[in-house]
Ligand binder design. Structure first.
Ligand code: GRF
Length: 201
């Protein structure tokens, strides 16, 4: 399967996918990396891996809709089977969602703590268990059908950084496993239920 991975930051989830895709048996390869900003480690990771990369900055476009369309066009150049948002800090618009299946990962147990500060919000709430979620993206903010989740304990004395690092250690594995299964086995979506594996019958 052909993957386009979208990033906005350090790209450790991207790196986990790059490392996994190096194994022939994984069943997916990253054909391009897209970003909404320059100068991020995620783009350097793509370069080191010899994967083509592109940047589409919202500020370069007269409207959000034109950015959405430009992003969809850049992604389409690489003919992906699946788009993976791995720390991409923009809401994916209809031009992308209508053209490709989009996977997203979030560092909290949705529907708890959606949005850009899921780790901070969980810590502030005082939960003893949080975690990470891999889901299909829809037009909302972290509201798409959930595919996989894993719990992560909150330790006394955790701050946002220590907790997020502990979550990311789990999240990388969850994302790599989920993407690999979707690439090898396919998936079907019925309402809010995503089933991995070829559609029965
Ligand atoms: C991940 O935890 C992702 O879920 C969240 O931001 C983090 C990105 O980390 N949206 P990285 O860029 O993959 O290191």
């Amino acid at each position: 399967a052909r993957l386009v991975v979208l990033v906005s930051g350090s790209g450790t989830n991207l790196q986990a996918l790059l490392d996994a895709a190096a194994d022939e048996g994984y069943g997916a390869r990253i054909v391009a990396v897209g970003a909404d900003r320059d100068g991020i480690e995620g783009l350097a990771r793509a370069e080191r891996a010899g994967v083509p990369a592109f940047v589409e900055r919202l500020g370069d476009h007269p409207s959000r809709d034109e950015w959405d369309r430009a992003l969809a066009a850049r992604i389409a150049e690489h003919k992906p089977d699946l788009v993976v948002c791995a720390g991409f800090m923009k809401i994916i618009g209809e031009p992308v969602l209508s053209a490709f299946p989009v996977l997203n990962t979030h560092p909290a147990l949705l529907p708890s703590f959606p949005g850009a500060h899921g780790v901070r919000d969980a810590l502030a709430y005082g939960v003893r268990v949080t975690g990470c979620t891999v889901m299909l993206a829809d037009a909302g903010v972290d509201t798409g059908p959930i595919i996989a989740q894993e719990a992560v304990r909150v330790y006394d004395g955790d701050d946002e950084q220590t907790l997020h690092e502990r979550i990311k250690a789990v999240e990388r594995g969850l994302l790599v496993d989920t993407v690999g299964r979707m690439a090898r086995e396919g998936w079907t979506v019925t309402g809010r239920t995503v089933r991995l594996g070829r559609a029965a019958g």
